[in-house]
Design a protein around this ligand. Structure first.
Ligand SMILES: NC(=O)C1=CN([C@@H]2O[C@H](COP(=O)(O)OP(=O)(O)OC[C@H]3O[C@@H](n4cnc5c(N)ncnc54)[C@H](O)[C@@H]3O)[C@@H](O)[C@H]2O)C=CC1
Ligand SMILES: CCC(=O)/C=C/C=C\C[C@@H](O)/C=C/C=C/C=C\[C@@H](O)CCCC(=O)O
Length: 238
């Protein structure tokens, strides 16, 4: 992986920030793409101080807006080189097939890997955020379809998916509590939260590394506290 280039969406804070740092530890160059400009710039500056200015970049963009994401991608490649790895989501996965494609005479990219972060909410029944569960199920379905050998033969790009359970130590859940849930749902989640053993960010980063090392195209790796990470859902066709 050394000298490869990664773009980490949502890398300004939380899990994305920790993944960006792990990839830098492994010798990659990393561009953080995040909608939070100040936090993202500060994170990138801190990482550049530790790992070298030439290995870290920041691009402010809303990754759900294709043009913004695509422009950020172009600027990232101008600074760090052709992308090999994307921590992606939906727009990113589709863009990756266009921009990372290494198959065909007109191939614009060098192939590579997309890792989408979904959630255990896509695998198990969680009542707290039905729309969230629906979108995360979409991410799993998309990753599995794009991770089929057919697409790999056409693009040279692999697509993998990580499904963590509840993680402590990121601002995400508190934000959801304040902004996404009705007071009754927030109260129920708070009551249930006491009984759920959360994962730590480093545990999820370990699982991310396992997924990346094993690199089984179309695979979905679930990570829950107190268990070894395990692959879920039916066999991937070979
Ligand atoms: N925290 C948790 O308990 C769990 C989180 N996850 C998933 O893990 C991922 C990361 O979660 P956390 O690190 O906890 O969240 P977080 O809220 O700490 O970080 C998310 C980052 O994504 C950025 N972001 C959000 N929308 C964006 C957009 N449209 N364009 C660019 N950047 C955007 C935010 O600015 C932020 O920096 C999310 O996909 C979340 O659904 C999955 C399971 C559990
Ligand atoms: C906007 C966010 C939203 O609508 C909802 C978010 C809810 C949670 C975030 C999600 O990614 C975390 C999932 C946490 C799961 C916790 C426990 C599970 O391991 C329990 C599974 C139940 C079982 O084992 O049967």
């Amino acid at each position: 992986m050394e000298h490869k280039v990664a773009l980490v969406t949502g890398g300004a804070r939380g899990l994305g920030r920790a993944i960006a740092e792990r990839l830098l530890d492994n010798g990659l160059k990393v561009c953080i793409a995040d909608i939070m400009e100040e936090t993202g710039r500060a994170a990138a500056q801190e990482l550049a101080t530790k790992y070298g200015e030439e290995r870290v970049a920041f691009e402010c963009c809303d990754t759900s807006v294709e043009q913004q994401f695509s422009d950020a991608w172009t600027r990232c490649e101008e600074q760090l080189g052709k992308l090999d790895l994307l921590g992606g989501y939906i727009t990113g996965s589709l863009l990756a097939f266009e921009r990372m494609r290494s198959v065909g005479d007109d191939a614009p990219g060098v192939g590579g890997t997309v890792i989408n972060v979904a959630s255990i909410a896509a695998i198990k029944t969680l009542p707290f955020g039905p729309i969230y569960s629906a979108t995360k199920s979409g991410v799993v379905g998309l990753s599995r379809a794009l991770g089929h050998p057919l697409h790999h033969s056409l693009t040279g790009v692999k697509v993998l998916c990580l499904c963590p359970s509840l993680i402590s130590g990121t601002p995400f859940l508190q934000c959801a509590m304040e902004k996404a849930f009705s007071p009754a749902v927030a109260k129920a989640l708070q009551a249930a939260g006491g009984k759920i053993k959360p994962l730590t960010v480093p545990e999820v980063v370990e699982a991310f590394s396992k997924l990346l090392e094993e690199e089984v195209n179309g695979s979905v790796l679930v990570v829950e506290a107190g268990k070894e990470p395990y692959y879920s859902l039916p066999e991937i066709p070979s």
